[in-house]
Design a protein around this ligand. Structure first.
Ligand code: AMP
Ligand code: MG
Length: 402
């Protein structure tokens, strides 16, 4: 087991643990936010035929060079109807948006630029070839327009349908157990006795799992006993693709997740050079990856964003730009000074906003690792290198949270 590893090394070790990616077919109704498992090629040209971008008249441009030109109206091209009549010199065919271009016509006059009386159309505006949408100008048959690893945005779902797919192959959502440990924890909604607090981490961690495209299986609170914890880990490992625990990984006497992993699991590292979130442990429990996150609410959240999310991207083979993500790396100009951490990458909470040509970042609440409010009152995290303080006016790297 390695100890005190950098975040990069922690991610590398996590990604080295075996993980089998499964795929499944889903209908487009179920496709939103899923991660595409294979490239998707178009089954059609888009557009399928030359058509009009406007309601108006399909004409020959050369007939409309003079303002007030009069053309004989010969019929209508309607979306979805049979082929329209061909347009000869001196003729105009009424055309609707998306309807096929009649043969012989090479331009469109907008309906607003015309007047129609007794079968004659008087043209008072330009006849434009660029109001024609050309066959295949968006996509051609067999073109790959959606790449493996893409998270299906609403537009991507529409595009899949445009390309003729009624179902798509997606990555099966990794089933991730979320287990909170601690004798002091009581579910929200229940009365608290002396020394007790509401359990909160599992709800946030489960949301993070889902945002990353996983399926969270939130367990009931596990109290600090070796037997109870062992049973929970066994049943979670049986049922899920990975385990995320919170609490019980520090140096304390009751830090049983770490103790159990060291004695009965296969830990790969303990402690990250990261602040907040120093004490996580990672390894496998009976062959299943286990992330033992710290109990402090901010720490567990930050370690998920910094460590577990990249691991999930790796496991799902997500596209680096188009896959699920919790944060975007950006440069920000500090409004307030922020203190770094000795020997650790420091992720302080900051509020990132557009300012001038770039982004500014300010600090608004107490930064303690127990203060989950700081994760809500801010929308970003600093990426201050170890042993680095930053002053107001400095430009630093940061994560802009989604
Ligand atoms: P631990 O890592 O178990 O020593 O916990 C560190 C701190 O985080 C303690 O103050 C715990 O009460 C708190 N904590 C641990 N687990 C949770 C949880 N699931 N929800 C809220 N706070 C927690
Ligand atoms: Mg604890």
């Amino acid at each position: 087991m390695e100890t005190g590893v950098t975040l990069e090394r922690g991610i590398e070790l996590a990604c080295s643990a075996p993980f089998t990616r499964h795929t499944e077919k889903v209908s487009l109704d179920e496709a939103a936010d899923r991660v595409l498992a294979a490239h998707l090629a178009s089954k059609v040209d888009d557009p399928r035929f030359d058509n009009s971008a406007m309601d108006g008249w399909a004409v020959r441009a050369e007939d409309c060079l003079q303002d007030g030109a009069e053309l004989r109206m010969i019929g209508t091209s309607q979306a979805g109807a049979n082929a329209p009549p061909p347009v000869a010199s001196g003729e105009a065919c009424r055309i609707m948006t998306g309807a096929p271009m009649p043969e012989g016509a090479d331009a469109i006059v907008m309906i607003e630029d015309s007047e129609e009386t007794d079968g004659l159309v008087r043209i008072s505006g330009p006849a434009r070839p660029n109001y024609i949408r050309r066959r295949g100008e968006n996509l051609i048959l067999d073109q790959i327009a959606l790449h493996a690893g893409t998270q299906m945005s609403p537009a991507a779902v529409s595009l899949a349908a445009t390309m003729g797919h009624d179902e798509i192959e997606v990555v099966a959502r990794p089933r991730i157990a979320v287990i909170s440990t601690g004798d002091e924890l009581v579910p929200p909604g229940q009365e608290l006795s002396e020394g007790e607090i509401h359990e909160s981490n599992s709800y946030g961690l489960a949301s993070l799992v889902e945002r990353m495209g996983g399926e969270a299986v939130r367990f009931d609170i596990i109290h600090d006993t070796i037997e109870g914890l062992r049973d929970a880990l066994d049943s979670a490992a049986n049922d899920c693709d990975a385990l995320v625990t919170s609490g019980g990984v520090s140096m304390g006497q009751w830090d049983l997740v770490r103790k159990l992993m060291e004695e009965e699991g296969t830990p790969l590292f303990w402690r990250l050079r990261l602040s907040p979130g120093g004490p996580p442990i990672f390894g496998t429990w009976k062959g299943t990856p286990l992330f033992g996150l710290p109990g402090n609410p901010v720490s567990s959240h930050v370690v998920f964003i910094a460590l577990v999310a990249p691991w999930m991207s790796h496991c799902m083979e997500a596209h680096p730009e188009l896959g699920p993500k919790l944060a975007e790396k950006v440069k920000v100009k500090l409004v307030d000074s922020v203190r770094g951490a000795r020997g650790k990458l420091c992720m302080r909470r900051i509020m990132i906003k557009p300012a001038g040509d770039g982004l500014s970042a300010s600090v608004h609440t107490h930064q303690g690792s127990g203060n989950i409010h700081s994760m809500v009152a801010h929308n970003g995290l600093t990426l201050l290198p170890p042993d680095t303080d930053a002053e107001a006016g400095d430009t630093i790297d940061a994560l802009w949270l989604r």
